[in-house]
Design a protein around this ligand. Structure first.
Ligand code: PMT
Length: 206
């Protein structure tokens, strides 16, 4: 998956995030180059995927969840690079909301945790963690807690901020395994980082 989900508030506004889809598209591109049959579930992508990748375009978290649910049972590996909203507004207004109205929110499904729970034997589930924590040890602790909570096989931990991670051409990641051990670290263009992540994915699939 790639991109950022958007949760409609009314016909003109949504709750969203600044994911461009570049990191997820880089992963899909790199996998296709290695001969994989790739389906990219893309939420509001700001960049284009190559024609070697089948793209399913979605908008909201529920749409992303439904597309992933359709595709996941037939694949060897799922990589969840999309930035997914944990909550959505309880009600979507039919007309533009006036300033004084504040709505409740409801929890979105945790797609990654569900994938991990329902994976078939041999299937590899890779999550991402986007954290703003500046301290390296504290950042790693957040990544370790996240992979334990989500139950994925691998977790790509990246620090994000105003000028880091979201929308940029470069990225810097630490790959963690289920025990929280560091598998590898990579920095550089999102394409370079994608290739390093795929090396680890391929090694585990083999
Ligand atoms: O798209 P770019 O501009 O290139 O930016 C790349 C990126 C910074 C968005 C990407 O590298 C990244 O970190 N993606 C994950 C962002 C995110 O949603 O992280 P999180 O820590 O909130 O979520 C953890 C994991 O759970 C993610 O794999 C996410 O896809 C998944 N999730 C989250 C919430 C939810 N309800 N369901 C999920 O499956």
């Amino acid at each position: 998956t790639a991109g950022g989900t958007r949760e409609a508030l009314d016909p003109v506004r949504y709750l969203g995030n600044r994911s461009s889809g570049k990191q997820g598209i880089a992963l899909a591109t790199a996998a296709a180059k290695r001969g994989a049959d790739v389906t990219l579930v893309g939420a509001n992508l700001e960049a284009e995927a190559p024609s070697s990748v089948r793209v399913l375009h979605v908008g909201s978290t529920l749409e992303l969840a439904s597309a992933v649910q359709d595709v996941a049972p037939g694949v060897d590996a799922v990589i969840m690079a999309a930035a997914v909203a944990d909550y959505r507004p309880e009600f979507v207004a039919d007309s533009k909301i006036k300033k004084e109205v504040a709505g409740d929110r409801v929890r979105n499904p945790d797609i990654l945790a569900r994938l991990a729970e329902t994976r078939r034997p041999g299937q590899l589930i890779v999550g991402f963690a986007a954290e703003t924590e500046p301290d390296r040890d504290a950042l790693l602790a957040l990544g370790r807690a996240k992979i334990a909570r989500k139950g994925s096989d691998l977790l790509v931990l990246n620090r994000v901020g105003w000028r880091e991670g979201f929308g940029t051409d470069d990225n810097s990641i630490v790959l963690l395994d289920r025990l929280g051990d560091i598998v590898m670290e990579a920095s550089g263009s999102k394409q370079t980082v994608a290739d390093r992540i795929l090396d680890a994915v391929v090694a585990r699939l083999a």
